[in-house]
Design a protein around this ligand. Sequence first.
Ligand code: ATP
Ligand code: MG
Ligand code: MG
Length: 546
Amino acid sequence: KEEKSLNFIEEIIERDLAEGKYDSIVTRFPPEPNGYLHIGHASSICLNFGLTRKYKGYTNLRFDDTNPTTEDTEYVESIKEDIKWLGFEWKHELYASDYFEQLYEYAERLIKKGLAYVDDSTSEEIAEQKGTPTQPGYRNKYADRTPEENLKLFAEMRAGKYKDGEKVLRAKIDMASPNMLMRDPILYRIKHAHHHRTGDTWCIYPMYDFAHGQSDSIERVTHSICTMEFVPHREVYDWLIEKLEIYPSKQYEFARRNLSHTVTSKRKLLHLVTAGYVSGWDDPRMPTIAGFRRRGFTPESIRDFCERIGVGKRENMVDMSLLEFCAREHLNKIALRRMVVFNPIKVVITNYEKGSELLKAENNPEDPNAGYRDISFSNEIYIEREDFMENPPKKYFRLAPGQMVRLKHAYIIRCDEVIKDDAGNIIQLNCSYIPESKSGEDTSGIHVKGTLHWVNAKEYITITVNEYDRLFTIEDPGSVENYTAYINPNSLNVVPNALAEPSLQEAALEHRFQFLRKGYFVLDKESPKDKLVFNRTVTLKDTWAK
Ligand code: ATP
Ligand code: MG
Ligand code: MG
């Protein structure tokens, strides 16, 4: 077997372990609970959890819940469910909000060292004083406050003495740094808001830069992996850890992975939900883990996808076709084959006199352990309307007047007569069957090129089928302002009354199906018992017109 080359983070870890810097590693996946996880998060999950599967150590799930106004426990629950479904287990479930007291104490530590001060400036004034990337900024008079004064003011901020925006706590670093984030970054802001976990205990909240690295350090995370936009934050990360003299976690950055024909920003996904473009975060067209799950993707196929796109330093667009390919690869191995007719036309087999019989049908030719099922056959069946043509072109191998086809798992039939209504619509095909042509014991010597799926007109169930397609018509809707203008108007086609073999009534959410010649399908989680709903995961082949 070919040795897989290491990604750059694995190289760093192997070097660190070889040098004895660590005996084992700790990583974390740090979602902000302000939305459902999407496919981009899946690659971060696979990376973080994958590393501690490969190397000795563990991964924490840490909710980065320092922004009270956008966060919610609904999101916390969905995130946990999605990670488990993907097949990963975290060591500790942690919340940055659990460190609020500790973070407050760290802030006091900086104040006492003269490395942080309370600033009364407005956000506009602060922005102005920061300067520009080519021009140094300057400090205002508040930077001269003594540690005693700062400690008192900071305590008053915490006690609720001031309104939102009246004061902030800033680190005292370097107003001339080429890195704008180092120009006395804000550590705390006042926000009189209810937090989903801490309630009304706090009215000051730490900024990302004063929460993330400190949380990593508290948890003794060895390798803190984040996306490239945090590269400029690394200097602040390291500075704070050094000045606080706390455990030196290290930040490493990798490039975001974007999926074509969809958006992966939680803000935009939330908009699709609230504006009603989709039915919810778990709409099968959404690029969320919950959406892919409801659509019928398997955890294996998503993990395979993340493995294939790999880890890199340069941001890139991954085509949706690759994810669909991964789904087909796995579903082909596990899906139970079933026959469903979407748009029926009745076929009467005029010389079939047995009444009915049971035929043996294999559940999955790719899996010998999948076994067989019985399907019933009679003199009346349905085939797909599009599998018949009255005046076919040359090389048409489906059913046509005088032409023969095989019915899957059953017999060869020939079309003898086309019955029409008064308006000239074809309503029935009269056919005859070849008794010696039964599948598996065919002695007829007749060879036909076409094999059709069918259902017994005397024994079937009616189901609803949702045929999903890509949500956006353009490759990169994330790059345009008016992305909703590019929503695919045909992203959902409902087949209201498809006819299915009765065994589908036993379908469960964990089952995967291939409807012969149609694609891969899964039971919808909100399917009514008396009329099941199936979602199309992917077609059998890549049919997207590029
Ligand atoms: P969004 O832009 O959708 O709001 P986010 O980065 O703000 O995403 P978080 O909840 O903070 O969302 O993300 C948790 C982790 O997932 C972070 O470490 C983040 O870097 C990573 N992540 C988010 N999106 C992607 C992506 N497209 N590719 C790879 N990793 C991602
Ligand atoms: Mg984030
Ligand atoms: Mg975000």
